[in-house]
Structures are given as structure tokens and as C-alpha cells.
Design a protein around this ligand. Structure first.
Ligand code: PRP
Length: 179
């Protein structure tokens, strides 16, 4: 275990099993269709890479990078697009892939923004859901795990851009945040 980690919340094995189930469920739900997976950088990159290898229907990719204004552990509500999609999503089946839904502000913005571009359908898949923190009414169609209100890192999620490469989801020791 990494020396900065206080406890592992989700092990590699738990994540692998659940990601496999999600991929299979998505493949069933979109059977006969093509899906455009929209990954939200950077947090979703690891989850996305594992998820799509468990999807068996034709899958295409595009990416967006968005940033919420404010400190690293709090979302303020304002969202700006750092990198937009490369192509039009009009008439396509779009699946947004996120690492975590926290306040829900990022997703609310993304859903409104992408819906205005005329997709055939728009759904959300998130690895983690932290419902206790929600300030807006938004819910993912596919959820990996519901987690308590603790700040987590690993498997794509960062603290000040660190720890994204941990293969599990973990809570850091308090002195790391205070450090
Ligand atoms: C994280 C996460 C979501 C958002 C969720 O991104 O990837 O996009 O916060 O928070 P919310 O539900 O309160 O809006 P972050 O801005 O930390 O960027 P990152 O993915 O590059 O780490």
C-alpha cells in the first residue's frame, strides 16, 4: 500500500469485477447500436480504458476536459470547457463516462451542453457516486459504486494531480491534505 494511504476503499479486484459487469450491461442495453463514449478528462481515463475493453458493441471515442473553478476538494458550480469534442454528436448514442459524481454540478452542465447538440440519446456512466454531496438533481444511469462522503484518490482520481495511478480507490492520511 502507498505510504500516504490511510485505507483502501475499493480494491483492484472489486473494481475489476464491477467494471466488467458495467461493460456487459452497457453492451446489452445498446445491442444493435453504436455507442460514442465521451470521456471526461482527466479523472475518467483509467476507468474508461478498462470499461471499454468490456464493451462488445461497436464503440467510438471522444473526449472533453472541463474544469470547475475553486479549490481542489470543493466544486464551486462554474464550469468551463478546456477541451471540447472533436466531432459533432448529432444523431449519435452518447455515453458520458465520469470517474465521480460529487455535487453533480459538472454533470448537470455537461448534460445540458451535450443535449443542446442533438444526440439521439445521452446517458451517463460513473465509476463512483457520492450522493451525500449532491446539490443538484442529477443521477447517472450506470454507477459502479456508491461511496460515503470521504475524499478519495486513485484509479484516475487525484489530489493536487497526484495519486491518479494508484490501482485502487483509497482515502489519504489526514496529514497529506493538511501538509
Ligand atoms: C472531478 C470529476 C468530475 C467532477 C465531479 O473532476 O472528474 O468531473 O470533479 O465533481 P462535481 O460532481 O462536484 O461537479 P476534477 O475537476 O477534479 O478534474 P479531473 O477529472 O481532471 O481530476
Amino acid at each position: 500500500m502507498h505510504p500516504d494511504v490511510q485505507k483502501v476503499l475499493l480494491t483492484e479486484e472489486e473494481i475489476r469485477d464491477r467494471v466488467k459487469q458495467l461493460g456487459q450491461q452497457i453492451s446489452r442495453d445498446y445491442q444493435g447500436k453504436k455507442v460514442l463514449v465521451v470521456g471526461i478528462l482527466k479523472g475518467a481515463m483509467i476507468f474508461l480504458a478498462d470499461l471499454v475493453r468490456n464493451i462488445s458493441i461497436p464503440t467510438y471515442f471522444d473526449f472533453m476536459a472541463v474544469s470547475s473553478y475553486g479549490s481542489s476538494t470543493q466544486s464551486s458550480g462554474a464550469v468551463r470547457i478546456l477541451k471540447d469534442l472533436d466531432r459533432s454528436i448529432e444523431g449519435k448514442h452518447v455515453l458520458i463516462v465520469e470517474d465521480i459524481v460529487d455535487t453533480g454540478l459538472t454533470l448537470k452542465y455537461l448534460v445540458e451542453n451535450l443535449n443542446s447538440r442533438g444526440p439521439e440519446s445521452l446517458k451517463i456512466c460513473t465509476l463512483l457516486d457520492k450522493p451525500e454531496r449532491r446539490t443538484v438533481d442529477i443521477n447517472a444511469h450506470y454507477k459502479g459504486f456508491t461511496i460515503p462522503n470521504e475524499f478519495v484518490v486513485g484509479y484516475g482520481l487525484d489530489f493536487n494531480e497526484r495519486y491518479r495511478n494508484l490501482p485502487y480507490v483509497a482515502v489519504l492520511k489526514p496529514e497529506i491534505y493538511q501538509g
